[in-house]
Design a protein around this ligand. Structure first.
Ligand code: PMP
Length: 416
Protein backbone atom coordinates (compact mmCIF):
# COMPACT_ATOMS: atom_id res chain seq x y z
CA UNK A 1 0.00 0.00 0.00
CA UNK A 2 1.43 3.41 -0.95
CA UNK A 3 1.34 6.36 1.41
CA UNK A 4 -1.38 7.87 -0.82
CA UNK A 5 -3.58 4.81 -0.60
CA UNK A 6 -3.17 4.73 3.16
CA UNK A 7 -3.81 8.39 3.83
CA UNK A 8 -5.62 10.24 1.08
CA UNK A 9 -9.39 10.67 0.99
CA UNK A 10 -11.06 9.04 -1.99
CA UNK A 11 -12.81 12.27 -3.02
CA UNK A 12 -9.65 12.83 -5.01
CA UNK A 13 -10.82 11.41 -8.31
CA UNK A 14 -8.69 12.53 -11.25
CA UNK A 15 -5.34 11.17 -10.16
CA UNK A 16 -6.65 7.71 -9.39
CA UNK A 17 -6.50 6.89 -13.07
CA UNK A 18 -2.78 7.71 -13.21
CA UNK A 19 -1.09 5.31 -10.81
CA UNK A 20 2.31 6.99 -10.59
CA UNK A 21 3.82 9.82 -8.56
CA UNK A 22 4.77 12.86 -10.61
CA UNK A 23 7.70 14.96 -9.49
CA UNK A 24 8.69 17.17 -12.43
CA UNK A 25 7.07 19.03 -15.29
CA UNK A 26 8.32 21.18 -18.13
CA UNK A 27 6.43 22.72 -21.02
CA UNK A 28 4.03 20.06 -22.28
CA UNK A 29 5.58 17.16 -20.39
CA UNK A 30 5.12 15.60 -16.97
CA UNK A 31 7.66 13.21 -15.46
CA UNK A 32 7.10 10.45 -12.94
CA UNK A 33 9.39 9.61 -10.05
CA UNK A 34 10.63 6.61 -11.97
CA UNK A 35 11.69 8.89 -14.81
CA UNK A 36 8.90 8.22 -17.32
CA UNK A 37 7.88 11.08 -19.57
CA UNK A 38 4.22 11.85 -20.32
CA UNK A 39 2.76 14.28 -22.83
CA UNK A 40 0.20 16.42 -20.99
CA UNK A 41 -3.17 16.75 -22.75
CA UNK A 42 -4.88 17.75 -19.47
CA UNK A 43 -2.97 20.94 -18.63
CA UNK A 44 -4.30 21.21 -15.09
CA UNK A 45 -7.88 21.23 -16.44
CA UNK A 46 -7.05 24.41 -18.32
CA UNK A 47 -4.80 26.05 -15.70
CA UNK A 48 -1.56 25.59 -17.61
CA UNK A 49 -2.21 27.26 -20.95
CA UNK A 50 1.34 28.66 -20.98
CA UNK A 51 2.95 25.30 -20.19
CA UNK A 52 4.52 23.87 -17.05
CA UNK A 53 7.24 26.02 -15.51
CA UNK A 54 7.23 28.51 -18.37
CA UNK A 55 10.71 30.12 -18.26
CA UNK A 56 9.59 33.69 -18.97
CA UNK A 57 6.99 33.59 -16.18
CA UNK A 58 9.25 31.70 -13.76
CA UNK A 59 11.96 34.34 -14.03
CA UNK A 60 9.52 37.10 -13.04
CA UNK A 61 8.34 35.10 -10.02
CA UNK A 62 11.94 34.46 -8.93
CA UNK A 63 12.88 38.13 -9.33
CA UNK A 64 9.85 39.15 -7.31
CA UNK A 65 10.64 36.75 -4.45
CA UNK A 66 14.28 37.85 -4.47
CA UNK A 67 13.19 41.47 -4.07
CA UNK A 68 11.36 40.72 -0.79
CA UNK A 69 8.22 42.32 -2.16
CA UNK A 70 4.77 41.70 -0.62
CA UNK A 71 3.64 38.06 -0.86
CA UNK A 72 0.31 38.33 0.89
CA UNK A 73 -1.42 41.66 0.36
CA UNK A 74 -5.13 41.00 1.00
CA UNK A 75 -6.71 44.11 -0.54
CA UNK A 76 -3.86 46.53 0.04
CA UNK A 77 -2.61 48.42 -2.97
CA UNK A 78 0.57 46.71 -4.07
CA UNK A 79 2.95 47.14 -6.97
CA UNK A 80 2.24 43.60 -8.20
CA UNK A 81 -1.50 44.23 -8.28
CA UNK A 82 -1.08 47.65 -9.91
CA UNK A 83 1.09 46.17 -12.64
CA UNK A 84 -1.43 43.43 -13.31
CA UNK A 85 -4.34 45.88 -13.55
CA UNK A 86 -2.41 48.13 -15.90
CA UNK A 87 -1.29 45.25 -18.11
CA UNK A 88 -4.76 43.70 -18.21
CA UNK A 89 -6.22 47.05 -19.15
CA UNK A 90 -3.65 47.77 -21.85
CA UNK A 91 -3.33 44.33 -23.43
CA UNK A 92 -6.80 42.89 -22.93
CA UNK A 93 -9.55 45.42 -22.18
CA UNK A 94 -8.62 48.52 -24.18
CA UNK A 95 -7.94 46.78 -27.52
CA UNK A 96 -11.36 45.10 -27.23
CA UNK A 97 -13.11 48.29 -26.17
CA UNK A 98 -14.26 46.67 -22.91
CA UNK A 99 -14.84 48.88 -19.89
CA UNK A 100 -14.89 46.64 -16.86
CA UNK A 101 -14.12 47.15 -13.22
CA UNK A 102 -11.89 44.37 -11.93
CA UNK A 103 -12.83 42.55 -8.76
CA UNK A 104 -10.34 40.03 -7.41
CA UNK A 105 -12.11 37.14 -5.82
CA UNK A 106 -10.49 34.23 -4.54
CA UNK A 107 -8.70 32.14 -4.86
CA UNK A 108 -10.88 29.75 -6.90
CA UNK A 109 -12.97 30.18 -10.01
CA UNK A 110 -16.02 29.15 -8.02
CA UNK A 111 -15.61 32.16 -5.78
CA UNK A 112 -15.78 34.56 -8.75
CA UNK A 113 -18.92 32.79 -9.99
CA UNK A 114 -20.54 33.30 -6.61
CA UNK A 115 -19.56 36.98 -6.58
CA UNK A 116 -21.15 37.46 -10.02
CA UNK A 117 -24.41 35.85 -8.92
CA UNK A 118 -24.47 37.79 -5.66
CA UNK A 119 -24.11 41.19 -7.32
CA UNK A 120 -26.65 40.34 -10.05
CA UNK A 121 -29.18 39.29 -7.42
CA UNK A 122 -28.44 42.28 -5.22
CA UNK A 123 -28.71 44.74 -8.10
CA UNK A 124 -31.96 43.37 -9.53
CA UNK A 125 -33.58 42.20 -6.32
CA UNK A 126 -34.35 38.91 -8.13
CA UNK A 127 -33.40 35.47 -6.84
CA UNK A 128 -33.62 33.28 -9.91
CA UNK A 129 -30.72 32.60 -12.32
CA UNK A 130 -30.81 30.78 -15.66
CA UNK A 131 -28.06 28.26 -16.26
CA UNK A 132 -27.67 25.47 -18.81
CA UNK A 133 -27.89 21.72 -18.67
CA UNK A 134 -24.38 20.28 -18.76
CA UNK A 135 -22.83 23.47 -17.36
CA UNK A 136 -20.03 23.43 -14.79
CA UNK A 137 -19.62 26.52 -12.62
CA UNK A 138 -18.10 25.14 -9.43
CA UNK A 139 -18.55 23.03 -6.35
CA UNK A 140 -19.61 25.26 -3.46
CA UNK A 141 -23.29 25.38 -2.60
CA UNK A 142 -24.14 28.51 -4.60
CA UNK A 143 -22.11 27.72 -7.73
CA UNK A 144 -23.16 24.10 -7.52
CA UNK A 145 -26.76 25.22 -7.94
CA UNK A 146 -25.74 26.45 -11.42
CA UNK A 147 -23.85 23.29 -12.31
CA UNK A 148 -26.17 21.29 -14.56
CA UNK A 149 -25.00 17.86 -13.55
CA UNK A 150 -27.11 15.76 -11.19
CA UNK A 151 -24.18 13.68 -9.97
CA UNK A 152 -22.45 16.78 -8.63
CA UNK A 153 -25.51 18.75 -7.54
CA UNK A 154 -28.17 16.69 -5.97
CA UNK A 155 -26.50 14.91 -3.05
CA UNK A 156 -25.62 18.14 -1.25
CA UNK A 157 -28.76 20.26 -1.87
CA UNK A 158 -27.29 23.43 -3.41
CA UNK A 159 -28.67 26.70 -2.13
CA UNK A 160 -29.58 29.01 -4.99
CA UNK A 161 -32.65 29.27 -7.23
CA UNK A 162 -31.81 28.13 -10.74
CA UNK A 163 -33.80 27.34 -13.87
CA UNK A 164 -31.92 25.05 -16.24
CA UNK A 165 -32.29 25.47 -19.99
CA UNK A 166 -31.05 23.08 -22.69
CA UNK A 167 -27.66 24.05 -24.16
CA UNK A 168 -27.45 24.21 -27.98
CA UNK A 169 -26.19 20.98 -29.52
CA UNK A 170 -26.15 19.43 -26.05
CA UNK A 171 -29.17 17.84 -24.39
CA UNK A 172 -32.10 17.85 -26.92
CA UNK A 173 -29.85 18.82 -29.81
CA UNK A 174 -32.40 20.56 -32.01
CA UNK A 175 -34.34 22.31 -29.24
CA UNK A 176 -34.67 26.07 -29.77
CA UNK A 177 -33.66 27.27 -26.30
CA UNK A 178 -33.80 30.95 -27.18
CA UNK A 179 -37.38 30.71 -28.46
CA UNK A 180 -38.34 28.75 -25.35
CA UNK A 181 -36.68 31.27 -23.03
CA UNK A 182 -38.37 34.14 -24.82
CA UNK A 183 -41.77 32.46 -24.55
CA UNK A 184 -41.29 31.71 -20.86
CA UNK A 185 -40.08 35.22 -20.06
CA UNK A 186 -42.89 36.88 -22.03
CA UNK A 187 -45.61 34.93 -20.24
CA UNK A 188 -46.37 36.34 -16.78
CA UNK A 189 -48.09 33.08 -15.83
CA UNK A 190 -45.26 30.79 -16.97
CA UNK A 191 -44.36 30.13 -13.36
CA UNK A 192 -40.68 30.84 -14.09
CA UNK A 193 -39.35 33.82 -12.16
CA UNK A 194 -37.58 36.54 -14.14
CA UNK A 195 -33.89 35.81 -13.49
CA UNK A 196 -31.28 38.26 -12.25
CA UNK A 197 -28.75 36.74 -14.64
CA UNK A 198 -28.03 34.13 -17.26
CA UNK A 199 -24.69 32.37 -16.76
CA UNK A 200 -23.17 30.54 -19.68
CA UNK A 201 -19.95 28.95 -20.91
CA UNK A 202 -19.47 29.62 -24.63
CA UNK A 203 -17.93 26.15 -24.72
CA UNK A 204 -19.15 23.69 -22.11
CA UNK A 205 -15.79 22.24 -21.17
CA UNK A 206 -16.51 19.81 -18.33
CA UNK A 207 -19.82 19.25 -20.10
CA UNK A 208 -17.94 17.48 -22.91
CA UNK A 209 -16.60 20.32 -25.11
CA UNK A 210 -19.92 21.47 -26.52
CA UNK A 211 -19.41 24.64 -28.54
CA UNK A 212 -22.22 27.20 -28.65
CA UNK A 213 -22.83 28.66 -32.12
CA UNK A 214 -22.00 32.32 -32.65
CA UNK A 215 -25.58 33.25 -33.66
CA UNK A 216 -26.92 31.60 -30.54
CA UNK A 217 -24.59 33.62 -28.32
CA UNK A 218 -25.64 36.79 -30.11
CA UNK A 219 -29.31 35.85 -29.67
CA UNK A 220 -28.70 35.23 -25.97
CA UNK A 221 -27.17 38.70 -25.61
CA UNK A 222 -30.22 40.24 -27.32
CA UNK A 223 -32.63 38.27 -25.16
CA UNK A 224 -30.87 39.42 -21.98
CA UNK A 225 -31.05 43.02 -23.20
CA UNK A 226 -34.74 42.71 -24.01
CA UNK A 227 -35.68 41.43 -20.55
CA UNK A 228 -33.13 43.37 -18.46
CA UNK A 229 -31.18 40.28 -17.44
CA UNK A 230 -27.43 40.36 -16.77
CA UNK A 231 -25.35 38.12 -19.02
CA UNK A 232 -22.44 36.40 -17.26
CA UNK A 233 -19.86 34.54 -19.33
CA UNK A 234 -17.92 31.90 -17.43
CA UNK A 235 -14.53 31.92 -19.17
CA UNK A 236 -12.77 30.14 -16.33
CA UNK A 237 -11.78 27.16 -18.47
CA UNK A 238 -11.93 28.41 -22.06
CA UNK A 239 -10.66 31.95 -21.48
CA UNK A 240 -6.98 32.97 -21.69
CA UNK A 241 -6.68 32.08 -25.40
CA UNK A 242 -7.93 28.47 -25.13
CA UNK A 243 -10.56 29.11 -27.81
CA UNK A 244 -8.14 31.13 -29.97
CA UNK A 245 -9.03 34.58 -28.59
CA UNK A 246 -8.30 35.81 -25.08
CA UNK A 247 -12.03 35.84 -24.28
CA UNK A 248 -14.05 33.00 -25.77
CA UNK A 249 -16.99 35.32 -26.53
CA UNK A 250 -14.92 37.45 -28.91
CA UNK A 251 -15.84 35.13 -31.76
CA UNK A 252 -19.48 36.21 -31.32
CA UNK A 253 -18.58 39.88 -31.01
CA UNK A 254 -20.72 40.32 -27.91
CA UNK A 255 -20.12 42.18 -24.67
CA UNK A 256 -21.20 40.39 -21.51
CA UNK A 257 -22.16 42.34 -18.39
CA UNK A 258 -19.83 40.17 -16.35
CA UNK A 259 -16.99 37.76 -17.14
CA UNK A 260 -15.40 35.36 -14.70
CA UNK A 261 -11.80 34.21 -15.16
CA UNK A 262 -9.48 31.98 -13.16
CA UNK A 263 -7.37 28.88 -13.98
CA UNK A 264 -4.80 30.05 -16.58
CA UNK A 265 -5.18 33.67 -15.55
CA UNK A 266 -2.66 32.83 -12.81
CA UNK A 267 -0.13 32.07 -15.56
CA UNK A 268 1.94 29.52 -13.70
CA UNK A 269 -0.76 27.42 -12.06
CA UNK A 270 -1.05 29.94 -9.22
CA UNK A 271 -4.50 30.64 -7.76
CA UNK A 272 -6.31 33.82 -8.67
CA UNK A 273 -9.83 34.59 -9.82
CA UNK A 274 -11.26 37.68 -11.34
CA UNK A 275 -14.71 39.08 -11.90
CA UNK A 276 -14.90 41.67 -14.68
CA UNK A 277 -18.06 43.69 -14.19
CA UNK A 278 -19.62 46.88 -15.47
CA UNK A 279 -19.34 50.02 -13.39
CA UNK A 280 -23.14 50.03 -13.04
CA UNK A 281 -22.97 46.68 -11.24
CA UNK A 282 -19.78 47.36 -9.32
CA UNK A 283 -21.15 50.47 -7.65
CA UNK A 284 -23.76 48.34 -5.88
CA UNK A 285 -21.23 46.55 -3.68
CA UNK A 286 -20.84 47.90 -0.18
CA UNK A 287 -17.34 47.77 1.31
CA UNK A 288 -16.43 44.24 2.35
CA UNK A 289 -19.58 42.69 0.92
CA UNK A 290 -17.62 40.06 -0.97
CA UNK A 291 -14.23 39.52 0.59
CA UNK A 292 -11.88 36.74 1.62
CA UNK A 293 -8.39 36.34 3.03
CA UNK A 294 -6.71 34.96 -0.05
CA UNK A 295 -8.00 37.42 -2.58
CA UNK A 296 -5.05 38.87 -4.36
CA UNK A 297 -2.24 36.36 -4.20
CA UNK A 298 0.69 38.58 -5.14
CA UNK A 299 2.75 35.83 -6.77
CA UNK A 300 -0.27 35.05 -8.90
CA UNK A 301 -0.46 38.72 -9.94
CA UNK A 302 3.21 38.66 -10.91
CA UNK A 303 2.74 35.43 -12.87
CA UNK A 304 -0.50 36.68 -14.43
CA UNK A 305 1.17 39.88 -15.64
CA UNK A 306 4.11 37.93 -17.07
CA UNK A 307 1.71 35.50 -18.77
CA UNK A 308 -0.24 38.30 -20.47
CA UNK A 309 3.02 39.76 -21.78
CA UNK A 310 4.30 36.32 -22.82
CA UNK A 311 1.08 35.67 -24.79
CA UNK A 312 1.30 39.08 -26.43
CA UNK A 313 5.01 38.81 -27.28
CA UNK A 314 4.53 35.35 -28.78
CA UNK A 315 1.26 36.05 -30.58
CA UNK A 316 -0.37 33.14 -28.80
CA UNK A 317 -3.73 33.82 -30.39
CA UNK A 318 -2.50 33.05 -33.91
CA UNK A 319 -0.51 30.05 -32.64
CA UNK A 320 -3.71 28.60 -31.14
CA UNK A 321 -5.60 29.27 -34.37
CA UNK A 322 -2.98 27.46 -36.43
CA UNK A 323 -2.90 24.58 -33.93
CA UNK A 324 -6.69 24.43 -34.18
CA UNK A 325 -6.32 23.73 -37.91
CA UNK A 326 -3.68 21.07 -37.25
CA UNK A 327 -5.82 19.29 -34.65
CA UNK A 328 -8.98 19.47 -36.79
CA UNK A 329 -7.17 18.12 -39.83
CA UNK A 330 -5.49 15.36 -37.85
CA UNK A 331 -8.78 14.22 -36.33
CA UNK A 332 -10.49 14.39 -39.70
CA UNK A 333 -7.90 12.41 -41.61
CA UNK A 334 -6.50 10.04 -38.98
CA UNK A 335 -9.10 9.48 -36.27
CA UNK A 336 -12.64 9.99 -37.59
CA UNK A 337 -11.89 7.54 -40.41
CA UNK A 338 -11.29 4.77 -37.85
CA UNK A 339 -14.92 4.73 -36.76
CA UNK A 340 -17.69 7.05 -37.98
CA UNK A 341 -19.60 6.69 -34.70
CA UNK A 342 -16.96 8.62 -32.78
CA UNK A 343 -18.38 12.13 -32.24
CA UNK A 344 -15.95 15.02 -32.67
CA UNK A 345 -16.37 18.55 -31.25
CA UNK A 346 -13.98 21.37 -30.59
CA UNK A 347 -12.54 24.81 -31.10
CA UNK A 348 -9.09 26.34 -30.61
CA UNK A 349 -7.11 23.89 -28.50
CA UNK A 350 -9.98 22.18 -26.69
CA UNK A 351 -11.45 19.15 -28.43
CA UNK A 352 -13.49 16.11 -27.55
CA UNK A 353 -13.73 12.65 -29.05
CA UNK A 354 -16.97 11.37 -27.60
CA UNK A 355 -17.43 7.62 -27.24
CA UNK A 356 -21.08 7.84 -26.12
CA UNK A 357 -22.13 5.57 -29.01
CA UNK A 358 -19.95 2.74 -27.67
CA UNK A 359 -19.92 0.40 -24.68
CA UNK A 360 -19.52 2.06 -21.27
CA UNK A 361 -15.92 0.96 -20.72
CA UNK A 362 -14.70 2.27 -24.11
CA UNK A 363 -13.45 5.66 -22.88
CA UNK A 364 -11.50 4.26 -19.94
CA UNK A 365 -10.01 1.51 -22.11
CA UNK A 366 -8.69 4.16 -24.53
CA UNK A 367 -7.40 6.41 -21.72
CA UNK A 368 -5.58 3.49 -20.07
CA UNK A 369 -3.76 2.62 -23.28
CA UNK A 370 -2.85 6.29 -23.76
CA UNK A 371 -1.38 6.45 -20.28
CA UNK A 372 0.60 3.24 -20.80
CA UNK A 373 2.03 4.85 -23.94
CA UNK A 374 2.96 8.16 -22.33
CA UNK A 375 -0.06 10.42 -22.79
CA UNK A 376 -2.08 12.02 -19.99
CA UNK A 377 -5.58 12.75 -21.21
CA UNK A 378 -8.85 13.03 -19.27
CA UNK A 379 -12.55 12.59 -19.79
CA UNK A 380 -15.55 14.90 -19.62
CA UNK A 381 -19.21 15.05 -20.60
CA UNK A 382 -22.62 14.08 -19.23
CA UNK A 383 -21.61 10.46 -18.76
CA UNK A 384 -17.86 10.95 -18.81
CA UNK A 385 -17.67 9.47 -22.29
CA UNK A 386 -15.77 12.31 -23.99
CA UNK A 387 -11.99 12.17 -24.28
CA UNK A 388 -10.93 15.76 -23.72
CA UNK A 389 -7.88 17.00 -25.66
CA UNK A 390 -6.55 20.09 -23.88
CA UNK A 391 -2.76 20.49 -24.17
CA UNK A 392 -0.88 23.61 -23.06
CA UNK A 393 -1.29 26.23 -25.80
CA UNK A 394 2.48 26.41 -26.14
CA UNK A 395 2.76 22.74 -27.17
CA UNK A 396 5.07 22.38 -30.15
CA UNK A 397 3.38 20.96 -33.23
CA UNK A 398 5.66 17.89 -33.26
CA UNK A 399 4.65 17.09 -29.64
CA UNK A 400 0.99 17.76 -30.46
CA UNK A 401 1.25 15.24 -33.31
CA UNK A 402 3.04 12.73 -31.08
CA UNK A 403 0.22 12.96 -28.52
CA UNK A 404 -2.45 12.65 -31.20
CA UNK A 405 -0.64 9.61 -32.65
CA UNK A 406 -0.79 7.91 -29.23
CA UNK A 407 -4.49 8.72 -29.00
CA UNK A 408 -5.19 7.49 -32.55
CA UNK A 409 -3.37 4.21 -31.93
CA UNK A 410 -5.30 3.64 -28.70
CA UNK A 411 -8.61 4.33 -30.46
CA UNK A 412 -7.58 1.94 -33.24
CA UNK A 413 -7.02 -0.84 -30.68
CA UNK A 414 -10.36 -0.31 -28.90
CA UNK A 415 -12.86 0.70 -31.60
CA UNK A 416 -10.92 0.93 -34.88
N1 PMP B 1 -16.32 27.32 -14.19
C1 PMP B 1 -15.78 26.53 -15.13
C2 PMP B 1 -16.20 26.70 -16.55
C3 PMP B 1 -14.84 25.56 -14.78
O1 PMP B 1 -14.32 24.75 -15.72
C4 PMP B 1 -14.44 25.45 -13.42
C5 PMP B 1 -13.41 24.42 -12.99
N2 PMP B 1 -13.37 23.25 -13.70
C6 PMP B 1 -15.03 26.31 -12.49
C7 PMP B 1 -15.96 27.24 -12.91
C8 PMP B 1 -14.65 26.25 -11.04
O2 PMP B 1 -13.36 26.70 -10.85
P1 PMP B 1 -12.54 26.25 -9.53
O3 PMP B 1 -12.35 24.77 -9.63
O4 PMP B 1 -11.26 27.01 -9.60
O5 PMP B 1 -13.36 26.65 -8.37
Amino acid sequence: MTVFEAKESVVRSYCRSFPVTFNRAKGSFLYSESGNQYIDFLAGAGSLNYGHNNDAIKQKIKDYIDSDNIIHGLDLHTSAKAEFIQTFDELILKPRDLQYKLQFCGPTGTNAVEAAIKIARKTTGRRNVFAFMGAYHGMTLGALALTGNKYHRDPSFPVSDTTFMPYPHGFMKSFDTLAYMEAVLSDPSSGVDLPAAVIVETVQAEGGVVVAPVEWLQGLRKLCDKFGIYLIIDDIQVGCYRSGDFFSFERANIKPDMVVLSKSLGGYGLPVSLLCLTEELDKNWLPGEHNGTFRGNQLAFVAATAALKFADDNNLSSLVKSNERLIAEYIDTQISVLNPQLAVRGIGMIWALDCSAFAEETTSAILNICFANGLIVERAGRNDTAIKIMPPLTTESSVLMQGLDILRDAIKVVIG
